[in-house]
Design a protein around this ligand. Structure first.
Ligand SMILES: Cc1cc2nc3c(=O)[nH]c(=O)nc-3n(C[C@H](O)[C@H](O)[C@H](O)COP(=O)(O)OP(=O)(O)OC[C@H]3O[C@@H](n4cnc5c(N)ncnc54)[C@H](O)[C@@H]3O)c2cc1C
Length: 375
């Protein structure tokens, strides 16, 4: 049996890697580049290469390329440390959500600018009292003539400081049960009444933000999908967030650099490398099952994210051991060690995903809860 890629995918991988190396040479490359690497210039270069929205259908302005090609390109971008955060949210989830739920007018309005790499987006879902339990959100949007008036606060909003648009999850009917009465709006981040404050995390990075909405007016035609009925839509978006190669390869560039420095004369180190190499391949196959639609995404993305992000944490522990005392100096290794807990939190925590596996896949009894958890 032949497990290797066909020649055209191997060639695509080579092109993608050469592209990252060339196009970051005068910019910068970074570990976790899909989340912390914001460069409008890199986004423009990626768009010019045709690699934002490459799988979107041609009638929606995409190239209609197979998902496997996006996988090949994305993996190389991650391994090369591409500062791709500016295009990743539109490419991974907001574009696909608009393709599924947006009106023809919304697709015409927002997708082409994403494809051209002209705009950056953030996702306004979590709030100070609503993280795992997204149905607990309190940010409201109240209809007033041709606009919704938005009030409330989002937190941990990655890239809000740079974003042109926010994909906002909000409450449009407070009289309904928690997971009803929710809607999704597209909000212009230049609107009066929006205040963005950056949060510096333990690693010193400040990609995520608090976003305050104070009587922000949003035209009613910015509503995506059904009014008061977006919970299912939000869950679909989270599935796009969970099943991809970005959940496995965030610190793989660092891992490869540190393997080159590891004492491979030590059999224990060799065993650890063997375990991590096998882990990467297992995670990659899980992602590929999602990519090739060989598994139901709703459930399998929970399994994939759990395994893959725990692998990323094993990588962080390994690079720390390889660096030894040098890990205490403030550099790539230290940064990864303090950042690593985030892998199993963002996009749905491991505990929540284990609940999904237990209840939805294994059919274990479900604890009664006051409101719908995420998911
Ligand atoms: C790097 C990073 C980037 C992020 N980017 C964004 C973004 O762009 N936009 C956005 O909206 N959000 C973003 N988030 C927020 C993220 O989605 C939330 O942090 C996450 O959903 C967890 O919510 P919480 O932090 O409120 O923790 P909580 O929900 O308060 O959970 C606290 C702990 O309790 C556990 N727990 C909660 N409920 C249960 C349960 N029912 N069963 C078992 N255990 C439970 C959790 O697993 C966790 O360990 C980001 C987070 C990180 C770390």
């Amino acid at each position: 049996m032949e497990y290797g890629w066909p020649a055209e995918l191997r060639d695509l991988a080579r092109q993608a890697r050469a592209f990252v190396d060339e196009s970051t040479a005068d910019l910068y490359a970074t570990d976790d580049g899909w989340l912390v690497g914001y460069s409008r210039e890199f986004t423009r270069r990626l768009a010019a290469r045709g690699w934002i929205g490459m799988t979107w259908p041609t009638e929606a302005g995409g190239d209609g390329r197979p998902e496997i090609e996006r996988f090949v390109v994305t993996e190389q971008l991650l391994l090369g440390g591409a500062p791709m955060a500016g295009s990743f949210f539109p490419d991974r989830q907001i574009g696909p959500v608009l393709l599924t739920y947006g009106t023809p007018e919304q697709k015409r309005r927002w997708l082409p600018a994403m494809r051209r790499g002209e705009v950056q987006w953030c996702v306004g879902m979590s709030e100070p009292d609503a993280g795992s339990d997204v149905a607990a959100i309190a940010t409201t949007a109240v209809r007033d003539g041709d606009t919704f008036v938005v009030n409330g606060q989002k937190t941990w909003t990655s890239g809000a400081f740079e974003a042109d648009w926010c994909y906002l999850i909000c409450r449009t009917d407070r009289t309904q049960p928690a997971h009803r009465g929710m809607s999704e709006l597209i909000v212009d981040m230049a609107s009066p009444g929006i205040t963005v404050e950056r949060i510096t995390d333990a690693s010193g990075d400040a990609h995520f933000c608090e976003v305050f909405f104070d009587d922000v007016r949003v035209p009613v035609d910015h509503l995506v999908g059904e009014l008061n009925n977006s919970f299912g839509q939000t869950m679909r978006q989270l599935e796009h967030e969970r099943g991809g190669i970005d959940r496995l390869a965030s610190n793989q560039r660092l891992y490869r650099d540190m393997v080159a420095e590891a004492d491979t004369g030590d059999p224990l180190v060799r065993q650890e490398i063997a375990r991590l190499e096998a882990g990467y391949q297992i995670g990659r196959h899980m992602v590929l099952r999602n990519v090739l639609r060989q598994a139901p995404l709703a459930q399998y993305s929970a399994i994939t994210k759990t395994f893959c992000t725990e692998h990323e944490q094993r990588v962080a522990a390994f690079v720390c051991r390889v660096a030894g005392a040098d890990a205490m100096t403030w550099g790539r290794v230290a940064r990864n060690v303090v950042y690593a807990p985030a892998y199993t939190i963002m996009g749905g925590t491991t505990q929540i995903l284990r609940n999904v596996m237990g209840e939805r896949i294994l059919g274990l009894p479900r604890e009664p809860r006051p409101s719908g958890n995420r998911p």
